[in-house]
Ligand binder design. Structure first.
Ligand SMILES: Cc1cc2nc3c(=O)[nH]c(=O)nc-3n(C[C@H](O)[C@H](O)[C@H](O)COP(=O)(O)O)c2cc1C
Length: 178
C-alpha cells in the first residue's frame, strides 16, 4: 500500500515523530511519502491508500498548515483510512482539565475543517528550550516548572512514549490492510 505522512511543526519535534512513523510504516512493507503540509498543498491525496497527518499544538491550536490541508482535502481524506497524531505537552500529563482542553482543540479543528480523522492519537511532545526565543522560553519554563517541581528547565526533554506510539502505528496499519 501507499501511505502519505504529512506534518507541521514549530520546533521540529513533530517532524521527528512523522519521520519515525514513516519508517515504522515502511518496515511493514508499505511505500511511504513524507512531506511537510507546506509542500503538499497541490498534492493529489487520492493516489494514496491511507494518510497519517501530524501537527503540534501551540497556544491552544493546531498548526495553520494542517487546517489548510485538511480543509482542502476533507472529502478525499474522509474516504480513506487516516490517523491523526496530535502532539502536545498536555498529553504528557494526567491533568483532567488539560485533557478536556485537548478534546476541545480537536473538536474545534474538526468543525473548522469538516474532516474527522479515522483514528486520533494524543502524543506527548517535547520541551525544547534550546529552540525557543526569549519569550517562548519564559512561558514554557513557567509551564514546565508548574507541572514538574524538580524539572531541569535548561535542558531539552522528550516526553514522547515511542513504544506506545509504535504500538498505535502497528495497530492502525494492521487495521487498514484487513
Ligand atoms: C509557544 C508554545 C506554545 C505551546 N502551546 C501549547 C498548548 O497550548 N498546549 C499544549 O499542550 N502544548 C503546547 N506547547 C507544547 C508543544 O505542543 C510541544 O512542545 C510540542 O512538542 C511542539 O512540537 P513541534 O516542535 O513539532 O512544534 C506549546 C509550546 C510552545 C513553544
Amino acid at each position: 500500500m501507499k501511505i502519505f505522512v504529512a506534518y507541521a511543526t514549530s520546533e521540529g519535534h513533530t517532524r521527528k515523530i512523522a519521520r519515525w512513523a514513516a519508517d515504522r510504516i515502511h518496515e511493514h512493507g508499505h511505500s511511504v511519502e513524507l512531506a511537510p503540509f507546506a509542500d503538499a498543498m497541490g498534492l493529489d491525496v487520492g493516489r494514496f491508500d491511507g494518510a497519517v497527518l501530524a501537527s503540534s499544538i501551540h497556544a491552544g491550536h493546531y498548526q495553520a498548515e494542517l487546517a489548510k490541508f485538511a480543509d482542502k482535502n476533507a472529502s478525499r481524506l474522509g474516504k480513506m483510512p487516516t490517523l491523526f497524531l496530535s502532539v502536545s505537552l498536555a498529553a504528557a500529563g494526567h491533568d483532567a482539565e488539560d485533557w478536556r482542553g485537548l478534546d476541545r482543540i480537536l473538536d474545534d479543528f474538526k468543525s473548522a475543517t469538516n474532516w474527522t480523522p479515522g483514528r486520533v492519537v494524543q502524543v506527548a511532545g517535547a520541551y525544547m528550550p534550546s529552540e525557543y526565543d526569549i519569550f517562548r522560553r519564559f512561558i514554557m519554563r513557567r509551564i514546565i516548572a508548574g507541572k514538574e517541581a524538580d524539572a531541569d528547565l535548561d535542558a531539552d526533554h522528550d516526553y514522547t512514549d515511542w513504544s506506545a506510539l509504535g504500538a498505535e502505528l502497528d495497530s492502525w496499519v494492521a487495521q487498514i490492510i484487513k
